[in-house]
Ligand binder design. Structure first.
Ligand code: ADP
Length: 448
């Protein structure tokens, strides 16, 4: 196993990776910006290196500084976490060129899945069903109209380089299409430096259901079931569950097999998530994430597996030491993303946390790097912690979530805890009866 791993991230995910390393007897190196010198992820690691000033582009995205930090400390592998450099194929290559191990998939697979047009083509060729849409990128408006008429309105214009829900525009009819195209193109250009877009049928009431996979370098691929991430705001996940209230064991096994077959053919390595929209009993691929995801803990809670431990093992060349039949799903888990934001307007609320008290007890897990007296810097995203609860069934899980939310104290800043307190008492949520549009409609009703 690796002697020392550098964690190229911050916040709760850096803490999460640090925990797995320490449980495996691996030494850790934290990196940090000048704004994070006193951060908890730095204190928990065995060593730390300052890699630059507050702006992420100068620190957490500073490839030369990060590689140098490895050389100075003698770390032999880099775990990128999520966000930042985790889906940067060139970074993965550079890490390899320096004789270090990138804890993640092969660079060519990161690159392939990072271009959503190429990704869709590739997975379709591997037998995964995709959302009907353009065969490739759309360059002129006439072609867009032809495709839209064929698949039928409403259609969604999406950015090839898209991520974080940006660069997506709906056109209800032909009149709205050229506007949607030009807005999506300019948003994509501004956000990703790439204005390539493509068209998809806009599904009306789907759920977002994703399949977690794990692959080793010996040709074994297993799936670890699904997560339902339908509760979203601005196409970004807010609440995630394992399993999905909409799926039974037969449907799970079926899609799981499709996905593991495809990734076996691809020769994939590491953890990954295949994201689908699910409507009327059918799955439609939207994208693949070639990294650990924010919502991975709900899968850990129902499978009992440590995904970061598995990542480290397969990155080191180890074989997955269980078979698909050994993966069992026990009970139900829900994760709430607690953000430092106003729970109604979602305006960021950085600043000093005066008091921080986390809930506990059976089936309760809090992944966070916050503490009493911590000052949230204004430079990074607003996720300050994840509350993950597990119960023997969904009802127990919801009651435990309700109880845990009432114990959670975060004073001094605004957080999204009150939003989750409202959600756990909503009949549709209790019944598991929601699509990807449910939360936006709920928020609209509440602000009216
Ligand atoms: P990103 O990479 O920006 O996260 P995704 O392709 O993963 O973009 O889509 C994010 C979310 O946008 C989905 O979970 C879903 O809510 C919505 N979405 C994406 N494609 C479609 C579609 N064809 N029809 C309806 N909603 C969609």
């Amino acid at each position: 196993m690796f002697d020392k791993v550098l964690i190229a991230n911050r916040g709760e995910i850096a803490m999460r990776i640090n925990r797995a390393c320490h449980e495996m007897g691996i030494k850790t190196v934290a990196i940090h910006s000048t704004a994070d010198a006193n951060a908890m992820h730095v204190r928990m690691a065995d060593e730390s290196v300052c890699v630059g000033p507050p702006a992420a582009r100068d620190s957490y995205l500073n490839i030369p500084a990060i590689v140098t930090a490895c050389e100075i400390t003698g770390a032999n592998a880099i775990h990128p976490g999520y966000g930042f450099l985790s889906e940067n194929a060139r970074f993965a290559e550079i890490v390899g060129e320096h004789g270090l191990v990138f804890i993640g998939p092969k660079p060519e697979h990161i690159r392939l899945m990072g271009d959503k047009i190429q990704a869709k083509k590739a997975v379709q060729g591997l037998g995964i069903p995709v959302v009907p849409g353009s065969d490739g990128g759309i360059t002129d408006d006439h072609e867009a109209m032809r495709v839209a008429n064929k698949i039928g309105y409403p259609v969604l214009v999406k950015a090839a380089a898209g991520g974080g829900g940006r660069g997506m525009k709906v056109a209800q009819n032909e009149g709205e299409l050229s506007m949607a195209l030009s807005t999506a193109r300019s948003e994509a250009k501004a956000a990703f430096g790439d204005d390539a877009v493509y068209l998809e049928k806009y599904l009306q009431l789907p759920r977002h259901i994703e399949i977690q996979v794990l692959a080793d370098s010996h040709g074994k691929v297993v799936h670890l079931g699904e997560r339902d991430c339908s509760l979203q705001r601005r196409h970004q996940k807010v609440w995630e569950e394992a399993g999905s209230p909409a799926l039974n064991a037969t449907a799970r096994d079926k899609i799981g097999r499709v996905v593991t077959d495809a990734l076996t053919k691809l020769g994939y390595l590491g953890v990954g998530t295949i994201e689908f929209l699910y409507e009327n009993g059918e799955f439609y691929f939207i994208e693949m994430n070639t990294r650990l995801q924010v919502e991975h803990p709900v899968t850990e809670m129902v499978t009992g597996l440590d995904l970061v431990r598995e990542q480290l093992r397969v990155a080191h060349g180890g074989a997955i030491d269980f078979n698909q039949e050994d993966v069992t799903f026990s009970g139900h888990a829900i994760e709430c993303r607690i953000n430092a934001e106003n729970p109604a307007t979602f305006r960021p609320s950085p600043g000093l946390i005066k008091d921080f008290h986390v809930p506990g007890g059976l089936g309760v897990r809090v992944d966070s790097a916050a503490y009493s007296g911590y000052r949230i810097p204004p430079f990074y995203d607003s996720l300050i912690g994840k509350l993950i609860v597990h119960g023997r069934n969904r009802t127990e899980c919801l009651m435990r979530l309700r109880r845990s939310l009432s114990e959670f104290v975060i004073d001094g800043i605004e957080t999204t805890i009150p939003l989750f307190q409202a959600l756990v008492t909503e009949p549709d949520i209790i019944d598991g009866n929601y699509s990807i549009h449910w939360l936006e409609q709920f928020l609209k009703r509440r602000s009216a």
